[in-house]
Design a protein around this ligand. Structure first.
Ligand SMILES: [Zn+2]
Length: 121
């Protein structure tokens, strides 16, 4: 059993949580069926990542809302609001692969630690 630190290190590289070599995505947002190196099932774990993805999206949204409330209104509010909104959308899309990778790694770690793992090995 790998340590959580090792599994998260693999996640931050956006690689398979078990071997750290295989890619997680075929394309943006499209998970591989299994790891190309160690055959760890990846895509079947996706439903277990939804909670983390929703909560991290909410955290990003909340951060932007609080930032908007704390900052002085820009002189040109239309352009300022547009820039803030576009920044939030960009950060959401840029961080999606990393957030998904972390949630897959967490699911792998908790499943491997459970008494009856869904994906033994
Ligand atoms: Zn692997």
């Amino acid at each position: 059993m790998l340590s959580l630190k090792t599994i998260l290190r693999h996640a931050f590289k956006i690689r398979c949580p078990r071997c750290g070599v295989g890619k997680l995505f075929l394309a943006y947002g499209e998970l591989v069926e299994t790891c190309g190196e160690c055959r760890l099932p990846i895509r079947t774990r996706e439903p277990d990542t939804y909670f983390f993805m929703y909560m991290s999206t909410a955290a990003i949204t909340g951060t932007f809302v609080i930032s908007m409330l704390m900052l002085a209104p820009p002189k040109n509010q239309t352009i300022g609001s547009l820039l803030i909104g576009l920044s939030a959308i960009a950060i959401f899309f840029i961080t999606t692969p990393l957030r998904k990778s972390i949630s897959i790694a967490w699911e792998y770690y908790t499943d491997a630690k459970s008494e009856n793992p869904r994906f033994p090995g």
